[in-house]
Ligand binder design. Structure first.
Ligand SMILES: CC(C)(COP(=O)(O)OP(=O)(O)OC[C@H]1O[C@@H](n2cnc3c(N)ncnc32)[C@H](O)[C@@H]1OP(=O)(O)O)[C@@H](O)C(=O)NCCC(=O)NCCS
Length: 154
């Protein structure tokens, strides 16, 4: 099914805010889209860029990047950092998360980026196998929250 990234506006904002992961997954993504948008407001210097993820015309998830930011590790990782990614629990394990990351990689590459960073919280059900399968590797560093930093060469 074709996956696309669309802007969040008055037509879809309520539905985007209603996206949910399983309760035990909230630790990996910092809670809800509401929390992510609050983070975006709290850290404008991290240059947040976000989109809703659609499969055909069905809203399935949310993604947020640090867009071409000046890196200041271990607080700001970049220039291109996959900050939040969530696929609603109803639509997980259908390939949408993987396709969304590939679309993000295409966008970053088109902007001249050569690396896409992310990080993850360790624990039961952690997303490391998901990122590993996409080609991300541990770079051996951690951020200021002790999260493992991962990098995908573009
Ligand atoms: C992690 C997440 C984004 C994956 O999205 P998804 O659409 O469910 O994943 P995909 O269907 O594209 O998965 C592709 C492959 O990644 C692996 N994978 C996906 N989710 C996984 C998980 N939770 N644990 C282990 N491996 C996983 C699998 O190998 C999967 O292939 P398979 O289903 O054929 O076995 C989604 O499960 C999610 O939103 N989780 C909660 C929040 C989170 O952890 N976000 C990431 C950190 S910000």
């Amino acid at each position: 099914m074709p996956v696309s990234l669309r802007k969040i506006d008055d037509t879809n904002r309520t539905a985007v805010l209603a996206l949910r992961v399983a309760p035990e997954q909230e630790q990996f993504v910092g809670g809800t889209v509401h929390n992510a948008l609050a983070d975006a407001q709290a850290y404008p210097h991290a240059n947040p860029w976000f989109r809703a993820i659609y499969a055909e015309d069905v809203l399935v998830g949310f993604v947020m990047l640090s867009w071409n930011v000046v890196p200041d590790p271990p607080v700001i990782i970049g220039p291109w950092f996959l900050w939040k990614l969530l696929i609603d629990t109803r639509y997980q394990r259908k390939g949408y998360g993987q396709t969304a990351v590939r679309l993000i990689a295409d966008i970053v590459r088109a902007e001249g980026g050569t690396e896409l960073f992310t990080s993850y919280v360790e624990g039961e059900g952690e997303p490391w196998p998901f990122y590993q399968r996409l080609g991300f590797r541990k770079n051996g560093e951690r951020d200021n929250n002790n999260e493992q930093i991962l990098v995908l060469k573009l």
